[in-house]
Design a protein around this ligand. Structure first.
Ligand code: C2E
Ligand code: CA
Ligand code: CA
Length: 400
């Protein structure tokens, strides 16, 4: 890496401690990085990103009073931040490690972590990684879509459900199918939900999107049930939709129109988003439960909910985030979180699902930890309805 190239790298440093900001930017300058922007508050930093400022690397402090580093990471993920991420903290190494797993699970491009006080050698070492990771600078940015384009796609029927199996650990039999939205874009091909769900939420079109996905998936599910298939259907529900007070009535009407009992549907709600608005959501959640719907707490482990918060909501299922599942064999702190999540779930009598099981080693670990159900590429990727039907048939033949 030439001196010239170093100078071209834009580095953003976020830390509430002004003294730390001075030290880090001085150290960076000594290493030859001259384009350094410092920010004493996560919100200001995100504003810069929203304003279109481009950064190649963001250094994020974990402990900040106004918006902590974990939250900053979550927002950066939602904004598809494609630069390198470097975390630093004065907390113990395990917290840093958990934060790193989280950042990777959010598909952020993690370079590594630094323990405070930051030394020049440690900093040099992680930043060198940026230059050696060949995919980093070439990484394709998932372009966010425009709200009008998305509205149009919804009315044109371009948003369709894909299905991914959850299987039982005991015998690999099919327990449920999770519905995952995909956009058949006329020019861009198949667009993943990361590019449009947050746009839908920010522009108030999420309820429309939910409606078209639910209509298609529940109709399909009704057909599968008539053919004698006995699995349940997992549907993702945005925490924003929990303010729609008659949502339980709307969805149960849709279910009964397709001869589907509410108890055959579980609604998955992301832990972190839910906890921000728990009071207003409890009403709707409780009425869903009264109608018989299953309620699943999604991405568990990423929202830092407390046991008392959790036990207030009538959940039936807990899905452990893939940050604590994939690669857990070589990650003692992830394993500790996996095992304690299973214990917590069992105590609350919830079904436990491990997400992101990608290989045999992940499978062995979650089976040993006594998870009930498994979902992940090791079993199957999300598929369109026709392919899912073929998968069921061949899977059943193999299992026998
Ligand atoms: P999620 O609910 O946590 O869904 C699981 C995601 O993990 C899916 O990503 C799935 O394709 C992916 N996945 C499954 N197995 C593996 C694996 O073994 N390894 C890895 N690395 N990933 C795996 P997808 O389909 O891109 O969906 C992303 C997120 O978008 C979902 O996360 C969910 O929060 C949201 N989403 C999807 N469809 C809908 C929807 O209809 N409504 C709402 N509100 N949100 C949706
Ligand atoms: Ca889900
Ligand atoms: Ca999840």
């Amino acid at each position: 890496m030439s001196e010239e190239d170093l100078k071209k790298l834009n580095i953003l440093v976020i830390d509430d401690d002004e003294f730390m900001l001075d030290i880090v930017s001085m150290t960076l300058e000594r290493l030859g990085y001259n384009l350094v922007t410092v920010c004493s508050d996560g919100r200001k930093a995100l504003q810069k990103i929203d304003d279109g400022e481009r950064f190649d690397v963001a250094m994020v402090d974990l402990n900040m009073p106004l918006m902590d580093g974990i939250e900053v990471l979550r927002y950066m993920a939602a904004r598809q931040f494609s630069g390198g991420i470097l975390l630093f903290s004065g907390e113990d190494a395990r917290i840093l490690k958990t934060a790193l797993s989280l950042a990777s699970a959010h598909n952020l491009n993690v370079l590594g972590s630094l323990h405070k006080p930051v030394t020049i050698n440690a900093l040099k070492k992680v930043l060198d990684k940026y230059h050696s990771k060949s995919d980093v600078s070439k990484r394709k940015l998932v372009e966010l879509v425009g709200a009008d384009e998305l509205r149009n796609a919804i009315t044109e029927g371009q948003i369709v459900p894909f299905y991914q199996p959850k299987v039982r650990v005991v015998d690999k039999s099919l327990a449920s199918a999770e519905v995952l939205a995909r956009w058949h874009h006329p020019e861009r091909g198949l667009v993943p939900p990361i590019a449009f769900i947050s746009v839908a939420e920010e522009h108030g079109i999420i309820n429309e999107l939910t409606r078209v996905i639910f209509e298609q998936a529940i109709e399909q599910f009704g057909k599968w049930r008539k053919q004698g298939h006995e699995f349940t259907l997992g549907m993702n529900l945005s925490a924003d939709s929990l303010s729609v007070i008659d949502l339980p009535e709307q969805i149960s009407a849709l279910a009964s129109a397709n001869d589907v009992p509410c108890s055959a549907i579980e609604l998955e709600i992301t832990e972190s988003r839910l906890m921000q608005n728990l009071a207003t959501s409890l009403d709707v959640l409780t009425r869903f439960r009264l109608k018989g719907f299953g309620l699943s707490i999604d991405d568990f482990g990423t929202g830092f909910s407390s046991m008392s918060q959790l036990s207030n909501v009538p959940f039936t299922e807990l899905k452990i985030d893939r940050a604590f599942v994939h690669g857990v064999e070589n990650d003692a702190s992830a394993l500790a979180i996996l095992e304690s999540s299973v214990q917590l779930a069992k105590r609350l009598e919830l079904t436990v699902v491990a997400e992101g099981v990608e290989d045999q080693s992940d499978w062995n670990q979650v089976a040993a930890a006594q998870c009930d159900l498994v979902q992940g590429y090791f079993i199957a990727k999300p598929m369109p309805a026709s392919e899912f039907e073929r998968w069921i048939t061949s899977h059943q033949t193999h299992a026998k």
